[in-house]
Design a protein around this ligand. Structure first.
Ligand code: ADP
Length: 264
């Protein structure tokens, strides 16, 4: 059993990814959609707003309208695009968001403590949160009957409100809850890079104890969240987390063979 997360940034070859993935059995797919979200939200006159927390993590500020566009793009366009490609490749995929059947349940953040122009500020009304529970019954039911779940944020709060959650951490939580052996996170970069500008500078191996230091030294932007997700997965019992690139042919197979960053 493994969980694979495919990113949503520019440059990912989804056809090649699905061709490769279709050869495997017994997995759950989680996906992103950031570049499509940016494009469509901008076309709709509502470009994304990013904020930086006091602890240095970047996230999207999600008001109600943004959340609706988020649903359109993630649970609509991206999710059905992947389900269609998988079905075309002979995989009986079923697309669901964390809202459906309360698969991904969590807590809405009360307020965001952010840094804006060097100053600390409290931001309210953000519809985002942290997943605290993965309700695996529905996932197991589907897997047991030969369906392949294709999952996406948002999650649902205990009060029944949709909340935006980070896709990488969402994949980590699912891997933990399903007792997956491996978590594979594929994106438009070939792994954790020593120099984000240099795709040749992949760091091949990271131990659990190095993660925090590497979040500080090498990772910028959303790569920090991937490392945090890796840490959460390992602490939850997942044996290894692999970060790999998805720009070319056989991205999953190559990553499983050790082409990216192995964290264990
Ligand atoms: P996705 O949306 O596909 O999940 P992201 O775009 O959020 O992926 O995260 C990957 C991005 O992280 C890369 O495109 C890269 O620009 C950025 N990044 C920052 N620091 C690093 C690093 N040290 N190694 C690799 N990528 C990095």
């Amino acid at each position: 059993m493994f969980v694979v997360k495919i990113g949503g940034s520019k440059g990912i070859d989804y056809d090649a990814f699905v061709r490769d993935l279709a050869q495997y059995r017994d997995y759950v797919l989680v996906h992103g959609g950031s570049s499509q979200l940016e494009e469509i939200a901008t076309k709709l006159g509502k470009p994304p707003v990013f904020v930086t927390s006091v602890s240095g993590f970047t996230s999207r500020y999600t008001d109600r309208e943004t959340l609706e566009i988020f649903n359109m793009v993630y649970a609509g366009k991206m999710n059905k695009m992947l389900v269609e490609k998988l079905q075309h490749a002979g995989v009986n995929a079923i697309g669901l968001s964390g809202l459906d059947g309360r698969i991904l349940e969590g807590r809405q953040k009360e307020a965001l403590k952010i840094i804006e122009n060097g100053r600390k500020k409290i931001l309210r009304g953000d519809l985002s949160g942290i997943i605290e529970r993965v309700n695996t019954q529905l996932l197991k039911l589907l897997l047991d009957h030969g369906y392949t779940p294709v999952l996406t944020p948002p999650a649902i709060s205990y009060e029944g409100v949709a909340i935006n959650v980070d896709g990488d951490r969402c994949a980590a939580q699912i891997a933990v809850a399903l007792k997956a052996e491996r978590l594979v996170i594929l994106s438009n970069v070939p792994g954790l890079l020593r120099d984000p500008q240099d795709p040749q500078s992949v760091i091949e191996r990271v131990t659990r104890d190095q993660i925090e230091a590497f979040i500080e030294t090498y990772a910028r932007g959303s790569m920090k969240k991937k490392l945090l997700a890796a840490q959460e997965a390992l602490d939850g019992g997942v044996k290894e987390v692999l970060l790999g690139g998805a720009r070319g042919e056989a991205p999953l197979t190559k990553t499983l063979q050790g082409m990216g960053t192995r964290i264990c």
